[in-house]
Ligand binder design. Structure first.
Ligand code: GLN
Length: 539
């Protein structure tokens, strides 16, 4: 069939956290570099309809797409590696699948029939996979199946992709199995048995892996590769080694050395053609690995003990740092520990401070203190979402004299709700998917620093919040030179606050970090790093 897109399914075996997302994104990058149109999709086998209601400690950061999907953090890797946006259709959970099947059942779509996992749930999974192919926008769709083969939760997904192989035709699909080759230090050996078992487990569900990607701490010997090929029933050249590397950005290059993309194209019966163009990626790597300068950014947040909670922020700092040939050391600062007494010491080595997004009142007073300290000490500060909100509260309390100012998220009875719930949020009772989400426009004020940073009048950035700057206080702020320099042109909501009497004191209601990619670092992060570097040299 002309224009029949090809499908790659990525499963994981032996253990979780093998880095399926990075391997899938790396493959996507390699295929895209040859001029193919590629997208990546992830299925998560949990019952939550999306990860928006999950504590970051459960699953790391919740990533947000342009069209307002709250997604798994792997979608962030997909966008950052491929430098292209994903959508609602790129992340689907078991909860979402069941929700649509149950809605159809209630509507009467299956009238008379017993609704079952096979075929109704599996058909819905298949429909969601083929949906991306039907857009006509892609040559290859890479679908990552979350979880580990053998999990009860993953079974319907495994069955759905097994069926798809036959629906699509064998020549149009490929199974990649990511597995672990553990190293036994005592005997100094790499072991293949767990991988043999996980391949067999997959086989019990009717799927023969075509390619094995082997996570390993040590190089795989020829013998070991032969053994894997023989016992896992794959061609020798289809055993791909995935060594532990210093940075995730090395993974595409490591896979490239083994011509992973050639192997995949052959497996999909596609011509192995097209020169790879990885110039932009290579030049990033070059700058990233040989920095000329280094600075320290203090990241003030409440989820700092799990760094995956701030994945997009740390990645955005890396991208902008590489652009400026600057190594960024991140100092993690738990906001709940900050006090008037210890803050000078806590920030002593920091050239710039970033106040992170967040929900709820734990640690917010520490964020307010951080905002005050940076304002008074002329330390470059970038506040994101809750970070911006806390900068506004601090300013209202300590400069404008509203000593009882609060966000109504923390105190719904406060007499001075400088940050408050929007009218259209007041009657919202459901927590899931009801925040202000995805892309919203923002108009930048002529003559402001932010306008210079973006060099654009209208920008679009992604959002994920319920509370807003309360425009009743707008004139007060403006008069005291904490200027509302970015406004949503349709709603009049404040998106950006910029303090004039300071080298860099910016709060943004949106999340610029979601838009930063390896080859297109975000201008706001570049400006922040530049300000932090200047602060360092003036010390
Ligand atoms: N909790 C705040 C709100 O809902 C900020 C959210 C965030 O930082 N993402 O408005």
């Amino acid at each position: 069939m002309e224009n029949q897109p090809k499908y790659i399914f990525v499963t994981g075996g032996v253990t979780s956290s093998l880095g399926k997302g990075i391997v899938a994104a790396s493959l996507g990058l390699l295929l895209k570099s040859r001029g193919l149109r590629v997208t990546l999709q992830k299925f998560d086998p949990y019952i939550n309809v999306d990860p928006g209601t999950l504590n970051p400690y459960e699953h790391g950061e919740c990533y947000v797409t342009e069209d307002g999907a709250e997604t798994d953090l792997d979608l962030g890797h997909y966008e950052r590696f491929l430098n292209q946006p994903t959508t609602q259709a790129n992340n689907v959970t078991t909860g979402r699948i069941y929700q649509s099947v149950i809605e159809k059942e209630r509507r009467g779509d299956y009238l008379g029939k017993t609704v079952q996992i096979v075929p109704h749930i599996t058909n819905e999974i298949k429909r969601r996979i083929k949906m991306l192919g039907r857009t006509g926008n892609y040559d290859i769709i890479i679908t990552e199946i979350g979880g580990t083969v053998g999990d009860i939760e993953s079974l319907p997904f495994i069955e759905a992709v097994r069926q798809l192989r036959w629906d699509l035709g064998r020549e149009n699909s490929l199974f990649i199995h990511l597995t672990l080759i553990p190293y036994l230090a005592a005997s100094g050996e790499l072991k293949t048995k767990p991988s043999q078992h996980s391949v067999r487990l997959l086989m019990e569900s009717g799927i023969q892996a075509d390619i094995l990607v082997c996570r390993t701490e040590h190089e795989l010997s020829r013998d070991l590769r032969n053994k894997l090929a023989l016992f896992c029933n794959v061609a020798l050249e289809n055993v791909i080694e995935c060594l532990d590397v210093k940075t995730i950005y090395d993974v595409p290059m490591m896979l490239l050395e083994q011509n992973f993309d050639d192997v995949v194209l052959k497996g999909l019966n596609m011509p192995v053609e097209g020169e790879r163009d990885l110039t932009a990626w290579m030049s990033f790597l070059e700058r990233f690995k040989k920095p000329v300068h280094q600075i320290t950014i203090g990241l003030v947040g409440k989820y700092v003990s799990l760094q995956d909670s701030y994945k997009s922020i740390t990645e955005a700092l890396i991208h902008a740092g590489a652009f400026k040939e600057t190594r960024i050391n991140i100092q993690w600062i738990y906001s709940g520990d900050l006090t008037e007494e210890n803050i000078a010491e806590a920030f002593e080595n920091c050239d710039g401070i970033l106040i992170a997004p967040g929900f709820g009142d734990r640690g917010v007073e520490g964020k307010i203190l951080a905002a005050k300290y940076c304002r008074e000490q002329n330390i470059p500060l970038l506040g994101i979402c809750l970070g911006m909100q806390m900068m506004a509260i601090e300013f209202a309390r300590n400069v404008l004299g509203y000593t009882d100012a609060e966000s109504s998220e923390m105190n719904s009875q406060t007499p001075n709700p400088v940050i408050s719930l929007m009218a259209d949020q007041k009657n919202v009772t459901h927590k899931g998917g009801t925040m202000r989400l995805g892309n919203w426009k923002c108009q930048l004020q002529e003559g402001s620093m932010i306008r210079e940073i973006y060099d654009q009048e209208i920008i679009e950035e992604r959002h994920r919040h319920r509370y807003e700057f309360n425009n009743e206080y707008l004139d007060d702020f403006d008069r005291a030179t904490f200027h509302p320099v970015g406004i949503n042109p349709e709603t009049g909501l404040v998106e950006i606050l910029e303090y004039k009497n300071h080298p860099f004191y910016l709060g943004v209601q949106f999340h610029p970090e979601y838009r930063s990619t390896v080859i297109e670092p975000h201008p706001l992060f570049i400006a922040f790093i530049t300000a932090a570097s200047q602060n360092q040299s003036s010390k």
